[in-house]
Design a protein around this ligand. Structure first.
Ligand code: HEC
Ligand code: HEC
Length: 316
């Protein structure tokens, strides 16, 4: 077929329109400017600081405890105090990715989680593996990979295991922005300082954990939010989870840190039930986590579906 001038013109026009659309879609996923209306929102700064412009209210029986008692833990800078420099833009983008990973880093996520589901209050909460305590300690040796890893590589591993997804490349917008966000949160902390509140609570085991008791504690302390079958609860008026799942296809995979019973117990002790931390004893937290551990979840991507059933758990 011979192309007329008009055909050629239409082809070029079509190509240009496609390119423009592609750019628009890409910009939509990453732009720091669209902080706002399409972000997930929940009430109560204390309980879920990740949610700005609250549109929903958490169950009213939730007691809100101030997590950061003054003087006890490091207090990271406030997002409102950022100016409009390029650095500040990058920080805001990183924060968006962190608290709404489902939207801002969708293509790298393979489950229903956001980073801030486990790193509570936008990665600020002490004893919920806060970013400000982590950043100054990298590069760091890690048994899981048997080498010294950078902060960026640590983030990649979160995407692979906790988010059951694909690791963004080291030079991706996602890794760069998340790193900038963490660096900003740690403003003022000297490199290499081990901060109080890093990681989760310490767990002292006095008894062998019991999955039987775990199921009972789960019903009493957790099921109201996370659902009877650990499936979580979705929002009714928009996509995403109001209460994240603890098992099933939308949860973290078997290679994740949370899949280690002791790590899970350390998290639960200091953070759950939400708004009432430190209500479970160490043994109760371990029991509940054995119950969680025994449920179905996505397999460890390093081992494949078959080996995941038989191989021991590793650190996430
Ligand atoms: C299912 C829960 C969960 C989710 C979701 C999750 N993480 Fe984590 N993260 C953990 C656990 C558990 C650890 C290990 C903490 C420990 O061992 O003290 C961890 C560790 C980290 C660390 C290192 C902390 C330190 O003190 O060295 C960083 C940084 C981090 N996560 C970032 C992220 C980012 C970014 C995302 C989202 C892309 C994310 N995490 C999603 C559970 C989670
Ligand atoms: C009042 C509601 C509520 C109760 C009760 C509650 N949780 Fe949660 N839980 C949440 C919310 C909300 C998050 C996510 C926090 C965020 O995004 O800010 C969460 C996060 C988690 C996470 C990390 C994210 C994930 O999905 O893996 C675990 C593990 C967890 N809860 C376990 C428990 C356990 C165990 C109990 C019972 C001891 C419990 N929770 C009780 C609301 C609750």
């Amino acid at each position: 077929m011979k192309l007329t001038r008009l055909h050629k013109f239409l082809l070029v026009l079509g190509g240009a329109a496609g390119l423009a659309y592609g750019t628009w879609v890409a910009a939509d996923t990453h732009s720091a400017d669209d902080i706002g209306d399409d972000l997930p929102t929940l009430d109560s700064i204390e309980v879920r600081a990740s949610m700005q412009r609250p549109k929903m209210t958490l169950p009213s029986e939730l007691t809100v405890v101030p997590v950061v008692k003054s003087g006890e833990y490091f207090v990271p800078p406030k997002i409102e105090d950022l100016d409009d420099s390029k650095y500040a833009d990058e920080v805001r983008l990183g924060r968006n990715i962190f608290i709404d990973t489902q939207h801002y880093a969708k293509r790298f996520v393979g489950n229903g989680m956001n980073c801030s589901n486990c790193h509570l209050q936008e990665g600020r909460k002490p004893n919920a593996a806060p970013l400000w305590a982590a950043y100054p300690l990298y590069p760091m040796y890690r048994d899981k990979s048997r080498q010294v890893i950078s902060f960026q590589e640590r983030l990649q591993s979160c995407f692979r295991f906790s988010m059951n997804g694909m690791a963004p490349t080291l030079d991706s917008r996602e890794i760069e922005a998340l790193t900038t966000y963490a660096q900003w949160l740690s403003t003022g902390i000297p490199v290499g300082t081990i901060m109080a509140g890093r990681g989760f609570a310490r767990i002292d085991k006095t008894d062998d954990p019991s999955p039987f008791n775990g199921a009972i504690h789960y019903k009493q302390y957790c099921a109201s939010c996370h659902g009877e079958h650990l499936e979580g609860k979705k929002f009714t008026n928009r996509p995403g989870y109001m209460f994240p799942p603890l098992a099933g296809p939308d949860s973290y995979n078997k290679g994740a840190g949370m899949h280690k019973v002791k790590t899970c117990a350390g998290f639960v002790k200091a953070n759950m039930p939400l708004g009432r931390p430190y209500t479970l004893t160490d043994d109760q937290a371990l029991d509940v986590c054995v119950h969680i551990f025994m449920q179905d979840r996505p397999w460890d991507p390093r081992k494949g579906i078959f080996m995941s059933i038989f191989m021991p758990v590793t650190e996430g």
